[in-house]
Design a protein around this ligand. Structure first.
Ligand code: NAD
Ligand code: WQD
Length: 342
């Protein structure tokens, strides 16, 4: 049974990944400072898998505290590093907070990988590194474009740091996963996304509007060069995304002689516009979403979707869940949250 350290494991993608890891027989140790999640998530994970993962509340920027975890849980073979701040707008307001949190935590992880016998890293990167790609669908070898935000820049710099570190220390290996737009929740509705305050992302705003917390969804722009004028993204179900992490860990642990860092796009390969998402949500849930068209949001790209062929072939992974099914899980999760709020 592999022992896996999951940083940010009580967060949105982390919690779904812990479920998949435990369901595949891994022993999981979560470290999280709960800056954007709560201890209740551990109960949610236990209700799905029958097992509460080990949990240490700590800040990954605290190197000493992180080092203690390796002593307390000897034999950690791989680390999945989710812990980071992720709000694009906030990162523009507070760049240093983002650079510090996202990069110091990564530096600590990489240093400790060199010192401890945990040589394998799965890193949460993002399609944001591509900016507006020249060619669609975008492949992993597309050029990295200047970042649109300090947040995006932390992912670009993180990829560079990982590349340089692994080049210098051949014992270390990494798979960097470039997520497209993760959405939805576990089908049990026991875990899901917990947006802090007013959601920035589309799907939580849609579900909150549908349930009546928000009056109206603002569609940011209908004058893009797309068939219906709204912007296009590649929305991927969070559970499909989580499963890719299990395969990435397996790939690292199985192929002990393969060196270096590999980058994988995790997307469906299908681009959907904002208006298409709204239609799919209404069709899947039979609930109307009040909307209005407003100006484009600053910093948004027009269209981006993944070429996932490399992940399909090399990881043996494919996102198979339909748009309507993934949106249904987002809706079930919003209803579960509403039941708790009452
Ligand atoms: P999230 O905020 O739900 O989860 C991140 C978790 O990390 C939270 O539980 C938070 O408390 C914790 N954390 C943050 N800084 C920490 C620190 N210094 N020490 C310990 N814990 C810390 O976010 P998520 O959506 O699950 O994202 C996970 C990762 O995936 C992030 O690295 C994010 O940048 C990346 N990512 C997310 C998306 C997305 O749309 N959700 C897309 C691409 C990449
Ligand atoms: C999706 C589409 C909006 C809200 C962000 C980060 C990216 C990555 C994923 C981490 C866009 C439109 C949204 C609303 C809208 N995260 N929209 N009304 O911007 O593609 O990506 O999350 O790495 O780095 O930038 O995701 O969900 O915010 O927006 O019309 O109220 O929905 O304009 O076209 P985005 P999103």
């Amino acid at each position: 049974m592999s022992k896996i350290l999951v940083t940010g494991g009580t967060g949105y993608i982390g919690s779904h990944t812990v479920v998949e890891l435990q369901n595949n027989g891994c022993e999981v140790i979560i470290v999280d400072n709960l800056s954007n999640s709560s201890m209740d998530v551990l109960e949610g994970i236990a209700s799905i898998t029958g097992k509460k993962p080990a949990f240490e509340k700590l800040d990954c920027c605290d190197r000493k505290a992180l080092a203690e975890v390796f002593k307390k849980y000897p034999g950690i073979e791989a680390i999945i590093h989710f812990a980071a701040y992720k709000a694009v707008g906030e990162s523009v307001e507070k760049p240093l907070m983002y650079y510090k949190n996202n990069l110091v935590s990564l530096l600590n992880i990489l240093e400790l990988m060199g010192e401890e016998n945990a040589r394998n890293l799965v890193f949460s990167s993002s399609c944001t590194v591509y900016g507006q790609p020249d060619v669609l669908p975008v492949t992993e070898d597309a050029p990295v474009k200047p970042a649109n935000s300090p947040y995006g820049n932390t992912k670009q710099i993180a990829e560079e740091i990982i590349r340089d570190t692994i080049h210098a220390d051949r014992r270390l290996k990494c798979i960097a996963l470039r997520y497209f737009n993760p959405v939805g929740a576990h089908p049990s509705a026991a875990i899901g996304e917990l947006p802090n305050g007013t959601p920035n992302n589309l799907i939580p705003f849609v579900t909150q509007t549908a349930i009546g917390i928000r009056e109206c969804l603002r569609v940011f722009g209908d004058d893009y060069n797309t068939p219906d004028g709204s912007a296009i993204r590649d929305y991927i179900w969070v559970v499909d995304l989580a499963k890719a992490h299990v395969l990435a860990v397996e790939r690292l642990l199985k192929n002990r002689n393969r060196q270096g860092v590999e980058f994988f796009n995790l997307g469906t390969g299908k681009g959907l516009s904002v208006l298409e998402i709204l239609d799919a949500f209404e069709k899947a849930t039979k609930v109307k979403v009040n909307r209005t068209i407003v100006a484009r949001r600053e910093g948004d790209v027009e269209k981006v979707w993944a070429e996932p062929a490399f992940a399909n072939k090399e990881l043996g992974w494919k996102a198979e869940t339909s748009t309507e099914d993934m949106l249904k899980t987002a809706w079930e999760w919003e209803k579960a949250l509403e039941a708790k709020r009452r």
